[in-house]
Design a protein around this ligand. Sequence first.
Ligand code: GCO
Length: 253
Amino acid sequence: MTHPFDLSGRRALITGSSRGLGFAIARGLAEAGAAVILNGRDPATLAPAADALTHAGHRVEIAPFDVADPVALTDSVQRLQADQPIHILVNNAGLQIRAALVDQPDHAWQTMFDVHVMAAVRLARLIAPTMIQRRQGKIINICSLMSEVTRPTVAPYTMAKGALKMLTKAMAVEWAAHNIQVNGIGPGYFATEMNAALIQDEAFNAFVTRRTPAGRWGKPEELAPVAVFLASRASDFVNGQIVYVDGGALANL
Ligand code: GCO
């Protein structure tokens, strides 16, 4: 009997995985035995990420497409599923647009919804039927602290991450009977490129370390083990949960 966290024989698609949290999750799943499919908009940034994992001895494919482009997404996933299944889907691709709510134009709201929510819907709509046929599947949606609480200037992102939390629960209850487990991960403040401007801002840095009981920013590699758990048979009776990896931020007044 292999270890409950073993992902040998599994194939995982991780969106937005050329860098940051997505790449860390892909590396963690690969280290647990999964074959990983890296996704990003730009093949030029996917290649070095794929090379790094290949050089580490892992099985890697690349799938360059923009998750906000329904045609490219559909074509790519149909090709990926033509001759072998996708056992694990990690909806990680995301971006942030920071501005006062009244200054956020329509396209900011639409972009946030397209990237964080509709991409997850479209990918699951294409992949879940094959998981239903096989009676096995794992879907992990990368939510956020902003799925629960928020701060000024990130209203569109907050809207989208709140929607993604409830979409996670909707997917979970829809497909649990088919042995598909759908859960979310809610990262706290992590040191990623998306947050570079915040990390370099002394006042914001002080805010994060004050609001986070652990007193620091998270490291991307600290998120991967939770993704391995939710991608493995160790979580076969876990459905519709959002696991917050936040250094205690949500527990803190
Ligand atoms: C911000 C950040 C946050 C974090 C993360 C927290 O502007 O406050 O981008 O949104 O990145 O989402 O969970």
